[in-house]
Design a binder for this molecule. Structure first.
Ligand SMILES: NC(=O)C1=CN([C@@H]2O[C@H](COP(=O)(O)OP(=O)(O)OC[C@H]3O[C@@H](n4cnc5c(N)ncnc54)[C@H](OP(=O)(O)O)[C@@H]3O)[C@@H](O)[C@H]2O)C=CC1
Ligand SMILES: N[C@@H](CC=O)C(=O)O
Length: 429
């Protein structure tokens, strides 16, 4: 039987695991696909850094490899926008199906790439791009294709979840925890993509596009990272029975002018009893709420070489089977074409912690400032008294602008010595 030949673009954390698993599982892959699957070449930047790869497979000419006559399928695990985009397009336009783990590219250019794949009659699969090993995109695209999804919410970045878990559980510093996550292969080549929420925003855009049958790009996603989360935020969260997580929240919102899609990524305090609070380390977890199915939870390893390679191989088997059958799978649909709703029109709840003197005197003033800016208070808790007290306030949903104006006004109150923590809150009753 003629093998199906695969061009592997990139051989870093994910690519090296893909290469190893394809070799180790050669017999099973042959049985599952119906033809042997063989890596025909591996494109990298620095061949001297890859002594583990047989020398005859290595090349720095990624475009030459993609368009080589004997190549049937392409796996792109280089990352970033270019040259990944040009290589994927070259593969598609020359009739090769593509498997990618590149969420940054899919969230920026998914529409054009899917259009190119549909035109060429080939597959573009990217299960590994969101939540590592967890089967999530195929369930959204296929299993839930007959349902109406209302909301997708979860932890979709392993690096930031690892950092926040280490800060909360061991008191580790931010830089130390980030260095560990990088060493473990969880972080992006440029870890600011993780820390500043770009990676989670890209994943949010991909999830929202599939869930709501609309073209959502990273630019449509409100994004806040975790670099502003302080040890004080983490400690305050623990004091009120919460933990801090970086969440991606995708919602279909009904409005007078029709439905829209609100997608946001930000750190939030969630109650420790919430199932997402127990998701530690580089694990991811995503809740999907659909009208008929109700609530579904997907959980597993969200980053790292082998877990991600598992998802890549799943896609590789799928596109290889399609190739053997002479067919291509259905791409995602964007027929609903829902517009993106800005964060300014998406009220959220907040936790505000104030360092105050003279508690009895300041309480009324604080309450007045919240009321004046139309931010309604859900709970107020006081720790300490006299000159060394903390006021912990949790609000009902309010627009960002109203909350910011309230905070600015509170900073002018003489008895408020400091605003020590301001963080969004999710999942509190
Ligand atoms: N790491 C993870 O946990 C996960 C990663 N992903 C995604 O998978 C992709 C790969 O990530 P990861 O393996 O961590 O990245 P790495 O940085 O570890 O590896 C990138 C690889 O691409 C190669 N490369 C870079 N530029 C070029 C180029 N111009 N031509 C040829 N090869 C090139 C590098 O070559 P060289 O080694 O010679 O420098 C390296 O082998 C990214 O899109 C990432 O977002 C998705 C899910 C999880
Ligand atoms: N850097 C990403 C890798 C997987 O997508 C993460 O930390 O989640």
């Amino acid at each position: 039987m003629n093998p199906l030949k695969v061009a592997l673009l990139g051989c870093g954390t994910v690519g090296s695991a893909v290469l190893r698993l394809v070799e180790e599982q050669a017999a099973d892959l042959t049985a599952r696909v119906g033809r042997p699957v063989q890596v025909a070449g591996v494109a990298v930047r620095r061949p001297d850094r890859h002594p583990e790869v047989p020398a005859h497979l290595l090349t720095t000419d990624a475009l030459g490899l993609v368009t080589r006559d004997d190549v049937d399928l392409v796996v792109e695990v280089i990352g970033g926008l270019e040259p990944a985009r040009s290589l994927i397009l070259a593969a598609i336009e020359s009739g090769r199906s593509v498997v990618s783990a590149n969420k940054a590219l899919l969230a920026e250019d998914g529409v054009a790439l899917h259009a190119a794949a549909a035109k060429a009659g080939v597959d573009l699969y990217y299960e590994a791009a969101v939540a590592g090993a967890i089967p999530l995109l195929r369930p959204l695209r296929e299993s839930l294709a007959g349902d109406q999804i209302r909301r997708v919410v979860g932890i979709v970045n392993g690096t930031t979840n690892y950092i926040l878990s280490r800060m909360a559980e061991t008191g580790a510093g931010f830089s130390e925890a980030l260095a560990e996550a990088t060493e473990l292969g969880y972080a992006e080549a440029d870890p600011t993509a993780d820390v500043d929420g770009f990676d989670a925003a890209a994943k949010g855009a991909i999830l929202a596009s599939l869930a709501f049958h609309s073209a959502v790009t990273a630019a449509d996603v409100h994004r806040e990272g975790i670099s502003s989360v302080t040890a004080t935020d983490v400690a305050r969260a623990a004091e009120i029975g919460c933990t801090v997580k970086l969440l991606a929240i995708c919602e279909r919102v009904a409005g007078e002018d029709g439905d829209s899609v609100a997608v946001r990524v930000h750190p939030a305090m969630i109650p420790t009893a919430h199932p997402l609070a127990a998701v530690g380390g580089a694990f991811n977890a995503v809740f999907v709420e659909a009208e008929a199915a109700g609530q579904l939870m997907f959980y597993g390893q969200g980053a790292g070489g082998e877990p991600t390679a598992s998802a890549v191989l799943g896609d590789l088997v799928a596109v290889a089977r399609n190739r053997v059958a002479g067919a291509a799978g259905a791409g995602p649909s964007a027929y609903a074409d829902l517009p993106a709703r800005p964060i300014a029109e998406t009220p959220t709840r907040y936790h505000v912690s104030l360092d105050v003197a003279d508690v009895p005197g300041v309480l009324a003033t604080v309450a007045t400032e919240f009321a004046r800016h139309e931010v309604s208070i859900a709970t107020v808790r006081q720790d300490g008294h006299g000159d060394a007290a903390t006021l912990v306030i949790v609000t009902h949903s309010a627009p960002d602008a109203a909350l910011s104006a309230t905070i600015a006004a509170l900073r002018e109150v003489p008895a408020v010595r400091g605003v020590t923590s301001v963080l969004r809150v999710e999942g509190l009753s």
